[in-house]
Ligand binder design. Structure first.
Ligand SMILES: O=C(O)C1=C[C@@H](OP(=O)(O)O)[C@@H](O)[C@H](O)C1
Ligand SMILES: C=C(OP(=O)(O)O)C(=O)O
Length: 425
C-alpha cells in the first residue's frame, strides 16, 4: 500500500454501494459457529485483518474453516466446544472483538492459551472481563498484571455461576461472556454494573446467539440468565453489510450535497450504527429507509448536540460532516472512544484542528466549531476510522492527504478504491 493518498475534490457524490460484511457480525458468527455442533455456512462475510486474526486463532484450536473469497463465504466445522490448548498462541493484532471474544471462549477449553496483539492492543483494557471470568470459575490473568493483554488462560472448562460485569469501558466484555455462557457447566447469571456503552452490540449478540439455537433470559440489557450445558446448532447465516463502513458513504452524500444508496441495510438492521442516518437527518439530510437499502440525500447542514454512546464508531464520520455545518456540533457520551484503536477524542480533535476547526475537547466528547477549511496532512494513528472518515473532507477541500491509508485493512481493505469509484459516479 502507498504511504499516503491525496484526496481529489469532486462534485456531488451520487450512486449506490454495498459495503463489505459487518465486522461485528462476522466475528460473532465465527465464534458461535466454531463452538457449534455441525457445519455453518456464513455468507456475506468480511475479509479483513480483524476477521483474519479471528479465523487464524480459531484454526489454532482445531476449528476447520474454509474460505471462498469469490462468494465471501466461510464454511466452519464446529468443534462442539471441545478443544485443547498447549501453550497455544493467538495473535490478535489490534482487533478488540477478537481479543475479548476469544478470551472468553478460551476459558471453555482445556489446557493453556496465550492471547496477544500489537503494541496498541497491549494498552487496551481487558481487566473487567478477566474479573468476571474469574467469578465464573476461570483460571485467567494478564501476563503483566496490568489489566491489559497479553492474556494467559489455564482452562479446565467454565464452571458458571454469577458474575457482575462493568459496562462503561467496552460492551465487548459482556458480548464475549454471553457467547461463551451456554457452554458453561451450570447456569450463568450476568449483571451489568453501572453504565453500559455500545448497547446495540449487546442486542446483536443475544440475537445471533438465538439464531444459532440457544436460549437465554434478558432483562433490559442489564441482567442475563443463560442456562449452561447448551450447544449452538450450525446453520446457514447471512451477514449484513457493515453499517459503520456504510457511514462513510452516507457521509460522502452529506458533505458533497449528493445522494448515496447503501444496499443491504435497513432501519431494522442488527447493527446500531444504522442510527448514524438519524444523526445526519438531524443535521439536515434526507434519509429514505427501504426494506433492503438506506439512501441519504445531502442538504444544508446544521450543527447538532448528540449523545453518540450507542454509535461511537461513527463519531469520526460525524465529525467530518460537522466541518461543513453552519454552526457548532457537540458530541457527548463517548468517553470509551479513548480506548479504541487510538484515543479517538484527543487524536481526532488534533486532526480536526489541522483542517481549520476549533475543537473544545471534553472527557466524554467534543464541541466542533467549523472554521475556514484548509489543506492538511492527516495523521491516522493506525486507526482505520481516522483514515476513512477524514478522507471525506477531501471530497470538498483541496489538499487533504491521508497518511498510512493502508490502516483501513483492519476492516475495509478496498475502501479507497470503493470511495474513488462512487465519487466517479
Ligand atoms: O461488539 C462489537 O462488535 C463492537 C463493539 C464496539 O466496541 P465497544 O463496546 O468497546 O464500544 C465497537 O466500537 C466495535 O467496533 C465493535
Ligand atoms: C473499535 C473498533 O474495533 P475493535 O474494538 O473491534 O478493535 C472499530 O472497529 O472501530
Amino acid at each position: 500500500m502507498v504511504a499516503e493518498i491525496a484526496i481529489t475534490p469532486c462534485g456531488p457524490v451520487t450512486g449506490s454501494i454495498r459495503p463489505p460484511g459487518s465486522k461485528s457480525l462476522t466475528n460473532r458468527a465465527l465464534i458461535i459457529a466454531a463452538l457449534a455442533e455441525g457445519q455453518s455456512i456464513l455468507t456475506g462475510a468480511l475479509e479483513s485483518e480483524d476477521t483474519e486474526v479471528m479465523i487464524d486463532s480459531l484454526r489454532r484450536i482445531g476449528v476447520a474453516i474454509a474460505h471462498d473469497p469469490a462468494s465471501h463465504t466461510l464454511t466452519v466445522e464446529g468443534n462442539g466446544g471441545k478443544f485443547r490448548g498447549d501453550n497455544t498462541e493467538m495473535f490478535i493484532a489490534n482487533s478488540g472483538t477478537s481479543m475479548r471474544f476469544l478470551t472468553a471462549l478460551a476459558t471453555l477449553g482445556t489446557g493453556t492459551f496465550r492471547l496477544d496483539g500489537i503494541a496498541r492492543m497491549r494498552e487496551r483494557p481487558i481487566g473487567d472481563l478477566i474479573e468476571a471470568l474469574k467469578q465464573l470459575g476461570a483460571n485467567i490473568r494478564t501476563e503483566f498484571d496490568n489489566a491489559c493483554p497479553p492474556v494467559l488462560v489455564d482452562a479446565h472448562g467454565l464452571p458458571g455461576g454469577k458474575a457482575t460485569i462493568a459496562g462503561n469501558i467496552s460492551s465487548q466484555y459482556l458480548s464475549g461472556l454471553l457467547m461463551a455462557a451456554p457452554y458453561a457447566s451450570s447456569q450463568v447469571q450476568l449483571q451489568v454494573d453501572g453504565e453500559l456503552v455500545s448497547q446495540p452490540y449487546v442486542r446483536m449478540t443475544t440475537q445471533i446467539m438465538r439464531d444459532f439455537g440457544v436460549t437465554l433470559e434478558e432483562n433490559d440489557c442489564r441482567r442475563f440468565v443463560i442456562p449452561g450445558g447448551q450447544t449452538y446448532r450450525g446453520c446457514e447465516y447471512a451477514i449484513e453489510p457493515d453499517a459503520s463502513a456504510a457511514s462513510y458513504f452516507w457521509g460522502a452524500a452529506a458533505v458533497s450535497g449528493g445522494k448515496v444508496t447503501v444496499a443491504g441495510l435497513s432501519r431494522d438492521a442488527l447493527q446500531g450504527d444504522v442510527g448514524f442516518c438519524e444523526a445526519l437527518a438531524q443535521m439536515g439530510c434526507q434519509v429514505d429507509y427501504q426494506t433492503d437499502s438506506v439512501t441519504v440525500t445531502g442538504g444544508k447542514l446544521h450543527g447538532i448536540n448528540i449523545d453518540m454512546g450507542e454509535i461511537s464508531d461513527t463519531v469520526q464520520t460525524l465529525a467530518a460532516v460537522a466541518l461543513f455545518a453552519d454552526g457548532p456540533t457537540t458530541v457527548t457520551g463517548v468517553a470509551h472512544n479513548r480506548h479504541k484503536e487510538t484515543d479517538r477524542i484527543s487524536d481526532l480533535a488534533c486532526e480536526l484542528r489541522k483542517l481549520g476547526a476549533t475543537v473544545d475537547e471534553q472527557e466524554d466528547g467534543m464541541t466542533i466549531t467549523p472554521g475556514k477549511l484548509q489543506p492538511a496532512r492527516i495523521e491516522t494513528y493506525n486507526d482505520h476510522r481516522m483514515a476513512m472518515s477524514l478522507a471525506l473532507v477531501g471530497l470538498r477541500q483541496e489538499g487533504v492527504v491521508i497518511l498510512n491509508p493502508g490502516c483501513t485493512s483492519k476492516t475495509y481493505p478496498h475502501y479507497f478504491e470503493d470511495l474513488a469509484q462512487i465519487c466517479a459516479g
